[in-house]
Structure formats: C-alpha cells, structure tokens
Ligand binder design. Structure first.
Ligand SMILES: CC(C)(COP(=O)(O)OP(=O)(O)OC[C@H]1O[C@@H](n2cnc3c(N)ncnc32)[C@H](O)[C@@H]1OP(=O)(O)O)[C@@H](O)C(=O)NCCC(=O)NCCS
Length: 331
C-alpha cells in the first residue's frame, strides 16, 4: 500500500525572547512558580506587525530546502492554526500568496493543539489516495496577541507562545518507511474548558465593547480540567496508535508529545514507562505554541540526529475541543 513520508521539516520562532521575569513585571507571578508548575523558562512572542503567516513562510522555506524542492513543486497546503491572521479567509491562502504558487488547494484545519496531527492525517489521506503528491503541512500560532497580561489571566498567559513548524510530505518510494497509522478523537462536552468565546458569528456584532471589557476575546482555560484529561487521553492514544501498527511501547524510539506543560509530559512518560532517551521536550525554551509544538520539536530532532531512518516515532497531542490524537511513523 502507498504510504506518505516526510521529505523535509523546518521551523521558525520570533526573535523576541520573553523571560519569566519579564512576565512577573506585568502580572503577579514568579519565575519559580512558572518553572515549577509548567517547566517553561522563556518563550517567543511576536513583535508588532509580525504574523503567523510570516513565521509559517520561514518554516516552509527551511522544510523545502531540506526536501530539495521549490515552492512550485508543492501540490497542496494544509495549514493548521487556531489563531489565523484574520477571521476569513484562512491562513493557507496567505501563505500560498507569499510562496508565489497560484491555484493549488490550501486548506485550513482548526483543531487547536491537535491541529498538526489532524492536518497530517488529511495530507496523508490525499497522498495515499493519489489525489495530491507533495503536500505542505503547517502548524503555526500567534497566541501572544490573545492573552490577558493582567494577574487575572496569569494561569494562561505564562503558558502560551508563538511559533511555526512546517513539513513536506510525499509518497514513499521504498514502501517501507512513512506514516503508519493515526488515532484521532474529540469530545465537545469540554469545548468551553479551553476556548476563545469572541469574536463569534453567534454575536451581532461579532464582538462588542462589553465582551472586550469582560475579556471574552482572551484565551480562557480551566487548567485543572485540561490537565486531568490530557494525562489520560495522550497515553491512551499513544497505546492505541502503537497497537494499530503491531508495536509495543518498548519499540518506540521517540515520542514527541505536544508541549502543553512539562508536568503533563512527565506524567505521560511515567504512565507509559518511557526512558529519558525515548522522549524529547523543548517547552522550556518555547512555551506552548499550540499547533506548532510538534513540528518545531520534530525539526529539532531531525536536524540534531535524534531521529534516524527506520526509527519508530509517535507524535501525540491534546488540546482545546477537547481534541486529541496520535500519529505513528517509521522514519
Ligand atoms: C495552569 C496550571 C499550571 C495551574 O496549576 P494548578 O496547580 O492547577 O494551579 P491552580 O489553577 O489550581 O492555581 C493554584 C494557585 O496558583 C495561582 N496561579 C495561577 N497561575 C499563576 C501564575 N502564573 N503565577 C502565580 N500563581 C498562579 C492561582 O491563582 C491559585 O491561587 P489560589 O490558590 O490563591 O487560588 C495547571 O492547571 C496546568 O498545567 N494545567 C494544564 C494547562 C495546559 O497544559 N494547557 C494547555 C493544554 S493544550
């Protein structure tokens, strides 16, 4: 059966580094609290005028370079983001415009922290069905412009950050490696546990002065509920996707988990019984970049040699929706 494989990876983060100490000057928090509860030391936030599509373009250029391809070789774009530059149209078409490639399809995926895994599954299905050959998948987010930087928003603001990751997928030649399986889920009962209420088309106007004054345009989260579900759903999904490929946890070379919070990643590592060398975390440096965490970590692992041809890789995510899922890959 035809499989898709990774031809190139890349990532980009803003130059502006925001330390925990900088946040402690804006709100009642401390470097110690943030490090202990989340594992985050610093994160990147955009400067005024820098957009998600700008970061996605830089990430794409790196992925295309690794794949030894030009933008014109792409057949489709799948763009995962929960923080598009505009309400409509989606970011995919803006990236297409910047890349200078006209009329190829550009699909936006809205699956928040799970967006990259969901986006990969779409690209993989397109390639396996031979609808498109070379598909660019993006996970990119600008969260910093939607955070309440007062003490009322500190449980959210210290976690979220900006960044972009890109991968180029294409058909596998050897029939050996490539994407093996997906496990995808959602549970809308918890939609308001991690969400942005407004602007929304159910409101007329879509955002009002009252909503803004009440802070309903900020990302809001019930951290304890998110934590409680994430530490159960991600390990469950990792086991499911491994079992679908006939593999056990011991066969895993590398687990790339969504960088939500280091404590969640550590709880999952313990639950699955994984050694240090089987996991990779970079949340200390980048915070939680939503759909971008996995492709950023993936690119770091590829470029540093952590991931070698033939290795069994699982990527897993959990986030707003709730939506969660995993992908198993023979690298
Ligand atoms: C957000 C999170 C770190 C908060 O940790 P917690 O131990 O659950 O903390 P609580 O929300 O119960 O708050 C404990 C106290 O710390 C305070 N607090 C919250 N954020 C704080 C901050 N940035 N600095 C200092 N104190 C903070 C709270 O106000 C509360 O104070 P109180 O006891 O006086 O009421 C934790 O719930 C978490 O990691 N959740 C998952 C978040 C996540 O991963 N989201 C992304 C998913 S994609």
């Amino acid at each position: 059966m035809l499989r898709s494989r990774f031809l190139g990876t890349g990532f980009a983060v803003p130059d502006r580094v925001v330390s925990n100490d900088e946040l402690s000057r804006l709100m009642d928090t401390t470097d110690e609290w943030i490090r202990t509860r989340t594992g985050i030391h610093e994160r990147r936030w955009v400067k005024e005028g820098e957009t998600g599509v700008d970061l996605a373009l830089r990430a794409t250029e790196r992925a295309l370079e690794m794949a030894d391809m030009a933008a014109g070789d792409l057949d489709a774009i799948v763009y995962a983001t929960s923080s598009p530059d505009h309400f409509a149209p989606g970011n995919g078409v803006y990236l297409q415009r910047l890349l200078g490639i006209s009329t190829i399809p550009a699909l936006d995926v809205r699956a928040q922290c799970s967006g990259f895994v969901y986006g990969l599954s779409v690209a993989d299905a397109w390639i396996r069905s031979q609808q498109y050959r070379r598909v660019l998948v993006i996970g990119s987010e600008i969260q910093s412009t939607g955070l309440d930087l007062s003490t009322a928003g500190r449980h959210v603001a210290v976690i979220f950050a900006d960044g972009a990751g890109a991968v180029v997928l294409g058909p596998a030649d050897d029939g050996d490696g490539g994407i093996l399986a997906f496990d995808l889920h959602s549970e809308g009962n918890y939609a308001e546990k991690l969400w942005v209420d407004s602007p929304g088309s159910m409101y007329h106007p879509r955002v009002s002065r009252e909503q803004i004054e009440a802070g309903r345009h900020f990302l809001e989260m019930d951290g304890r509920e998110v934590f409680r579900h994430a530490v159960v759903r991600m390990p469950e999904s990792v086991r499911a996707v491994l079992s679908a490929t006939g593999n056990a946890v011991e066969n895993l070379k590398l687990l790339l988990a969504h960088q939500a919070n280091l404590r969640i990643a550590e709880a999952m590592q313990k639950d699955l019984g994984l050694r240090e060398d089987q996991v990779y975390n970079n949340i200390m440096r980048y915070g939680n970049t939503t759909a971008a965490t996995i492709p950023i970590a993936l690119d770091e692992c590829v470029r540093s040699g952590r991931l070698q041809r033939g290795d069994l890789l699982v990527m897993t995510a959990f986030g707003s929706g709730f939506m969660w899922g995993s992908a198993a890959v023979r690298w």
